[in-house]
Design a protein around this ligand. Structure first.
Ligand SMILES: [Cu+2]
Length: 243
């Protein structure tokens, strides 16, 4: 009987703790817009802006739940492009790179972040990459210069990416102090660093408000995995798309 009572009390305490934890976790929102050229120019809403929050000071490091193998994040190669163009994952995530085109791709990332070369792989096959360190990885194909994507690995489960209206939503953020970081493809790294700031999240302060990011026309183009310009396609090669 005593044992049973102890178990019930234990369950009660656990329930109260989890209820408290739930009550303190809030949905953080923000609205991002881009400004280019002069500061007076009109801001435009932007998708694919990434925000993430990392706990500050003595706050315990958040537990990042493992993603089941049946539901891995993926960068699909389809119609000579990557879908999605921007992918955010917690550090340690396995990302799938399935080739859904009827021809070969050769996916690589060699310039920053996670470095890898998946080699040539054919239609219908897939490869996995573990993003085991925080950072920005620029993903390209060594055959099709027009293919590009970005994988952002963050050491926090609290991240979000803006939709077409510029709205970012980050669910289940416990109240507390965080460092807010922002990434956008067309904003220079030093500008992004300037936007890093500390924020306090609570039920009364879950909206980070409007944010304006300076957008720059970044230089287009990149080198292939050998550090050279892309050669013109060879129509007779089996690795290229046939028309
Ligand atoms: Cu390709």
């Amino acid at each position: 009987m005593i044992k049973k009572t102890a178990t019930v009390s234990c369950l009660c305490v656990l329930t109260i703790f989890s209820a408290l934890a739930c009550a303190q976790a809030v949905t953080v929102t923000a609205d991002v817009a881009l400004v280019s050229g002069s500061k007076k120019s009109k801001a435009r809403r932007a998708s694919n802006v990434v925000l993430w929050l990392t706990p500050v000071g003595s706050a315990p490091a958040p537990n990042v739940p493992a993603i089941p193998a049946s539901n891995l994040p993926r960068l699909v190669q389809r119609n000579k492009s990557f879908e999605p163009h921007v992918l955010v994952v917690p550090v340690g995530s396995v990302v799938e790179f399935p080739n859904r085109d009827p021809f070969f791709h050769n996916v690589f990332s060699l310039f920053e972040g996670k470095r890898f070369d998946l080699g040539l792989y054919e239609a219908g096959t897939t490869r996995n990459v573990v993003f085991d360190k925080p950072g920005i990885s620029y993903i390209f194909c060594n055959i099709h210069s027009e293919m590009s994507a970005v994988v952002i690995a963050v050491s926090s489960p609290y991240y979000g990416i803006s939709d077409q209206h510029g709205r970012v939503t980050i669910a289940n953020v416990p109240s507390g102090r965080y460092t807010l970081r922002i990434w956008y493809e067309e904003t220079l790294p030093e500008e992004l660093n300037n936007l890093t700031r500390e924020v306090t999240i609570s039920e009364d302060a879950a909206n980070l408000g409007a944010m304006r990011l300076p957008a720059t026309n970044m230089p287009q183009g990149h080198e292939n995995m050998y550090g050279h310009d892309y050669p013109p396609p060879l129509p007779d090669s089996p690795t290229y798309e046939r028309h």
